[in-house]
Design a protein around this ligand. Sequence first.
Ligand code: NAD
Length: 259
Amino acid sequence: MAKKTAIITGSNSGIGLGAAHALAAAGYNVVINSFTDRPEDHALAQELAKRYSTGVVYIKADMSNGADCRTLVEKSAEKFGTVDVLVNNAGIQFVAPVDEFPVEKWDAIIAINLTSAFHTTAAALPHMKKAGWGRIINIASAHGLRASPFKSAYVAAKHGVIGFTKTVALEVAEQHITSNTICPGYVLTPLVEAQIPDQMKAHNMDRETVIRDVMLEKQATKEFATVDQIGATVVFLASDAAAQITGTSISVDGGWTAA
Ligand code: NAD
C-alpha cells in the first residue's frame, strides 16, 4: 500500500513537532512547517527522516497568510503525490482585557488560529476527494469549549475551529474523509514552560505550587498532558479504527472540561 502523507502546520516546536514524530513513527511521509526558513528547520526534517526512515520535508509558509496556507498544501502534494492527513496546529496566544486588546493581536490570532485552517482545508479537500480518503485533525484547546478572562481572541478562535471542524465533517462525510478536533488542556511545551518564571514572580510562589495551584488549577489530574499523548491521539484519529469518528472533539485535558 502506498505511503500516506501528513501535513502538520506549526510543527517545528511543541505539540506540532510531537505530532510530526508520532506520524513519522507510524510510517507517514511528513511535512513540517513554520514561518521561518532557518537551516535548523530543514535539519529537523532530515533528523526525523533518518530516525524514522520515512519522507520528511520542511516547508516554510506563514499561516497568517491565506496564499501561503494554500501553497503549503500544493507544495506538499507536489513533493509526495498525495495529501492524506492535515493537522491544523499552528497557533499563538495573547492575553489582555477586551477593551485593551490590541487590534493587530486580535487579527493575528484569528488569522493563524482559525482562518489558516479554512485555507489549508479548502486546498487539501480536492486531493482527499480524489483519493477517496482523508483526515482533517484540528488542534483546538480546552478553550474551544470553555472561556477564561483576558483570552478573548484565543477563545473565539478556538470555539470557531470546533464549529468549522463540524461543518467540514458534514460536507465530506460520504467521501471517507473525517474532520475532528483535539482539545488539549495544558501541555508542557516550550511556550508553556516559558510562562512558569513569570507566573512564579506574579504569584510569589515556587515552581511546584504555581504549576499545581495556578496553571493546573482547572486540570483535575494536576498533571500536564504531554506532546506524546497528543501525538498518539492524532495517529489514532488518522487510523482506520477512527473511520466513524467525525465531527467531534476529543479532550486530552486531564478532566478540565468535565467540571
Ligand atoms: P508552540 O509555540 O510550541 O508551537 C506553535 C507552533 O506554531 C510553532 O511551531 C510555531 O513556529 C508555529 N507558528 C506560530 N505562528 C506561525 C505562523 N504564522 N505560521 C506558521 N507557523 C506558526 O505552541 P504549542 O503549545 O505547541 O501549541 C500548538 C497548538 O496547540 C496551538 O494551536 C495551541 O493553541 C494549541 N494548544 C496548546 C496548549 C498548551 O498547553 N501548550 C493547550 C491547548 C492548545
